[in-house]
Design a protein around this ligand. Sequence first.
Ligand code: SAH
Ligand code: SF4
Ligand code: F3S
Length: 469
Amino acid sequence: MQLPDLNLARRRTREEVKKIDYKLDSKYKNIGKGKTYFVKTYGCQMNEHDSENIEGLLESVGFTKNNEMEDADIIILNTCSIRENAHNKAFGMLGRIKHLKEKRKDLIVALCGCMAQEEVVVNEILKKHKHVNFVFGTHNLYDLPRLISESTKKTNVCVYSMEGELVENLPVKRVNNFKAYVNIIYGCDKFCTYCIVPYTRGKQRSRKMKDILHEVNELKELGYQEVTLLGQNVNAYGKDLDEGYDLSDLLVEVANTKIPRVRFITSHPWDFTDKMVEVIKNYPNIMPYVHLPLQSGSDRILKLMGRRYTSEEYKTLFNKLKQIPNIAITTDIIVGFPGETEEDFNETLNMVNYCKYDSAFTFIYSPRVGTPAAKLYESDNTSLEVKEERLYKLNDLINSYSLANNQKYLGKIEKVLVEGLSSKEGEVFGYTETNKLVNFKGDSSLIGKIVNVKILDAKSFSLDGELVE
Ligand code: SAH
Ligand code: SF4
Ligand code: F3S
């Protein structure tokens, strides 16, 4: 048993992070032979990519994928802690799985991901969800084969609160064969006061540039059209290494592999340099799309959030990015942070009116145990009703700008990477360079290709078009 510990998770050391190459212990080689797995993923792209590694690990020991949870021999929930509803969904699922387990005693149930790193969650599992065979964390995905082979009826917890080595060469089973996620930096050292991520994902650790380039080159050889460089704060890439390179240098090298599309998420305004803006502007295969979380338009709230920029500084950066031709900029906004007044909220609306975002993810503040803002929340006297009203008002404004921005595409011809069949019969969907969703008539032979599409109709959340030569 190794339980998560919030005080350890908060700690940051200057010790160098060692790198190890994963190698499967041959004694686990056949533990999944003849058995099937089902992995359910919650949360962000980093979790989605972790699940690709989890599936890779499972297949490396003989398991095969099962699309029906009900029939699988092992079920793994890869969870997210970012807000209360993410928590509730995972616990709801554990309830459903309990019924399955009552019928099939040999079913193996495991929980991993960010929730596994939380003391409160693990305590609740040990008390109320005894049907879980084992819990593992974000720092030890590679332990999965061992944990499966050692799994017993009694819940085993193996969670490291402090990040260990950086593990390269984990097996991976990618969802797509035309677009791929590539981790460039793990963890986060920003400690925004509302956020649980620095506790669940540990210290900021960059991968070496040569390892990243090796992965991208391999993907390109395999015919991949797009890579998305991943991190909680990709703009901090390289800061923890003593190699003298940063995100702008990495972007140049990745662009030089000539992979058709390079994306990166997520950016923090604090670490965004002019050189990075220049590089995005100068390389046609770096997509003109930046997700630049604002969180709040009120300087008072930004300070309480620990975001390290003012609304003016944000605007300055925003205007620099806007110099990049055709760029789309999206954002994240939290309403109802503890103590947010009507005036603070109006400043957020003012910022949205200024930036006219292409789109935004908006959230009501959700207290996370152990974070500084959760203490402020105890004396917060704004009702949920008021917060919901703010959210609706904000969403209406955001949607009106999304529509106006999308309408600018009418009549234009856009390059679209086709990703799959639309829910509408006879149509496919894909994304423009600026990450706009487009639906148009076509068949599965287009999937994975970059094609020209003329935009004929614009809605708030998508575009409609037709294939052109
Ligand atoms: N690393 C990224 C985003 C991480 S989480 C960044 O810094 O921008 C994605 C979004 O979830 C955040 O941008 C924030 O808007 C939201 N979020 C994080 N913690 C939250 C909380 N406690 N309550 C509500 N929203 C939250
Ligand atoms: Fe959370 Fe802030 Fe880090 Fe983003 S930058 S993951 S919001 S602490
Ligand atoms: Fe959720 Fe963890 Fe991602 S908390 S948003 S899965 S880093």
